[in-house]
Design a protein around this ligand. Structure first.
Ligand code: F6R
Length: 369
């Protein structure tokens, strides 16, 4: 049932082209218009939404953080992402004009379920993004957009994450289409770009040997830092979470722009730092800024492992290791740059001899608060 792979996690990483492809399937027409029949919330309500609040925990919350960049860009609706357990205990502002998006792979996470109940009591409409048919969170929500990643068995989430980003993007594009704004014209292009993602993920999987070897080489690292900017920031945090969960070492994701505000003090000789490079087309020369971050940390002795877009040679002079992913528009890059980080964590943990499917102290579904 592991499909010839050594672990469920490895299998599920390889399921990702399908997880994204299946989640896209049947949700647009041939002209690239979104068709989300399952979103059974009155269109007039969706048109009047003035705020989106994404609620989730762990990896699902990082999917929400990625989606915030895209949803705000396409819909021009202010979007907050909050950990479910923080949201519920702080008297948050939610009302009939708030659309809550609850993201949960299992659909059973108690913290997120309680936050959904609370939001509905305040009059908000709730859309669940969920991977488990008929689970509790979708049943208690106003509508559900299922991710079609297939069952995720390994405790550490991989394919569900990419499917969650995909589904949240579909929701964002749908709202943009419904509300009609100047970004409407982008929708068909984005749908075409999304359709190209599964094959690009497959390319990464087919060329993963160098990142696997790097993970194995780092088995003795005491700590690994991850840097990213814009959508690469939540990707960096997700890369760090995978490493904590699987390899039991200290790992932390930072916003690259935050380096000089503190974290750069952590850099010393031999410190491994994984850098998620923005795509070269990124607005406001974000790319150049992260290149200079790589130079800064390298000058202080960091071992830099850079995840960059195919053809981006600007970083080669400054990095010990560069792993290339196929080019994509900035907002879609997380569907690609996450994959080498998953493979890195899997290889590092496997080299240490750990059980990657059942990491210590963790459960697949967290059904207690
Ligand atoms: C990370 C991981 C957890 C879950 C979190 C939310 O690899 O598996 O952080 O993402 O417990 O779970 P769901 O999505 O089921 O609500």
């Amino acid at each position: 049932e592991k499909g010839g792979f050594a672990s469920f996690m490895e299998k599920e990483i390889h399921d990702q082209p399908d997880a994204v492809g299946q989640t896209l399937l049947g949700r647009s027409d041939t002209a690239g218009n979104l068709v989300l029949d399952e979103l059974r919330i009155d269109e007039s309500i969706l048109r009047s939404v003035d705020k989106i609040v994404v609620l989730a925990c762990g990896t699902s919350a990082y999917a929400g953080q990625v989606a915030k960049y895209a949803i705000e860009h396409w819909c021009r609706i202010p979007t907050e992402v909050e950990l479910s357990h923080e949201f519920r205990y702080r008297d948050p502002i939610v009302n009939e004009k708030t659309l809550v998006v609850a993201i949960s792979q299992s659909g059973e996470t108690m913290d997120t379920l309680m936050a959904v109940r609370y939001a509905r009591e305040q009059g908000a409409k709730v859309v669940a993004i969920c991977n488990t048919n008929g689970s509790t969170i979708p049943r208690e929500s106003d509508a559900v957009l299922y991710t079609h990643a297939g069952p995720e068995i390994a405790v550490a989430s991989t394919k569900a994450f990419l499917a969650q980003i995909t589904a949240a993007y579909l929701l964002g594009l749908y709202l943009a289409q419904l509300r009609g704004n100047k970004y409407r014209d982008e929708i068909a292009d984005v749908m075409a770009d999304l359709a190209a993602i599964p094959a690009k993920i497959q390319t990464i999987l087919d060329n993963a040997d160098t990142i696997k070897a790097l993970g194995a080489d780092m088995a003795n690292a005491k700590s690994v830092l991850f840097l990213g900017r814009h959508v690469g920031f939540p990707v960096a945090m997700e890369g760090a979470l995978k490493l904590k969960e699987l390899a039991y070492i200290h790992a932390e994701g930072f916003a690259a722009g935050e380096l000089k505000h503190g974290p750069i003090a952590l850099i010393e000789q031999g410190q491994p730092v994984v850098v998620v490079m923005p795509s070269q087309s990124a607005r406001d020369s974000l790319h150049a800024k992260v290149v200079s971050n790589v130079q800064e940390i390298r000058a202080r002795g960091a071992i830099t492992i850079v995840i960059a877009e195919e053809g981006d040679t600007s970083v080669e002079a400054y990095s010990e290791h560069v792993f290339y992913v196929p080019a994509s528009p900035t907002l879609l890059a997380p569907l690609l740059t996450t994959v080498p980080l998953q493979i890195f964590a899997l290889a590092l943990a496997s080299a240490k001899g750990y059980d990657v499917d059942q990491p210590r102290n963790l459960a697949k579904s967290v059904t207690v608060e």
